[in-house]
Design a protein around this ligand. Structure first.
Ligand code: DX5
Ligand code: ZN
Length: 223
């Protein structure tokens, strides 16, 4: 049956209690977080600084939930590979930052992870269709990257629809992921546009019961 993927973002978690915060979204089998979204920011590509490879390595040891690492950093051609080699399930780089995204995808896959390509809200999809043949996931940003808790930009759903059509007609083989402002008010329109995987930070971690929030979001995405 159709299983929308839900990827809680630990950007909205308490960084002093990360293992507990991850456990809080693991939930019962098949009903908790499908992926754990980890936002890596370098204070250069985006105006914020979060965490890097040492914390990701600790997270990999602390959970069996696949890690979805979203690298909002400059020079991903150099830095991304370490995340793949360490065991991240999916490593997503920004097309705006990558010098050679096709070679980078090849290197990520060779290192054992899936390869993800992220596009900011104002970045068009069309110029990268051929590049996307090398990728496993497409992360459509629905806020300007850098901070949690921002307002959903519905204009990006046109890109989601385009990607969905290309996947459904066999032109591309991608998991279509959306990131930013996903909550109970916005997830249905994203699902309708064809999203496979929904990142949610504040909507999950501001909830009294984060695991329940994950289940509720998935039910809404399925509706
Ligand atoms: C923003 C990050 C997002 C962020 C989403 O740059 O890429 O993953 O955590 O947070 P919410 O769901 O609160 O918009
Ligand atoms: Zn993210």
């Amino acid at each position: 049956a159709h299983h929308p993927l839900i990827a809680p973002s630990i950007l909205s978690a308490d960084f002093a209690r990360l293992a507990d915060e991850v456990a809080a979204v693991e939930g019962p089998p098949g009903r908790g977080a499908d992926w754990l979204h980890v936002d890596v920011m370098d204070a250069h590509f985006v105006p914020n600084l979060t965490l890097g490879l040492p914390v990701v390595k600790s997270l990999l040891a602390a959970t069996d939930v696949p890690l979805d690492c979203h690298l909002m950093i400059e020079n991903p051609d150099h830095w991304a590979i370490g995340y793949a080699e360490s065991g991240a399930y999916n490593v997503t780089v920004h097309v705006e930052a990558a010098a050679d995204p096709v070679a980078l995808a090849r290197n990520l896959r060779a290192a054992g992870s899936k390869a993800g390509l992220a596009i900011k809200p104002n970045t068009p999809l069309e110029p990268y269709v051929e590049v996307l043949r090398s990728y496993d996931t497409l992360l459509v940003m629905s806020v300007e990257p850098g901070f949690g808790g921002q307002k959903f930009i519905a204009d990006v759903l046109g890109k989601v629809r385009t990607a969905r059509t290309m996947v459904d007609t066999g032109h591309l083989n991608l998991v279509v992921e959306i990131d930013g402002g996903i909550n109970a008010d916005t997830i249905e329109q994203a699902a309708e546009a064809g999203v496979d995987c929904f990142v949610a930070g504040s909507a999950v971690y501001a909830a009294d019961d984060p695991a329940r929030a994950v289940e509720d979001l998935r039910s809404q995405a399925r509706a």
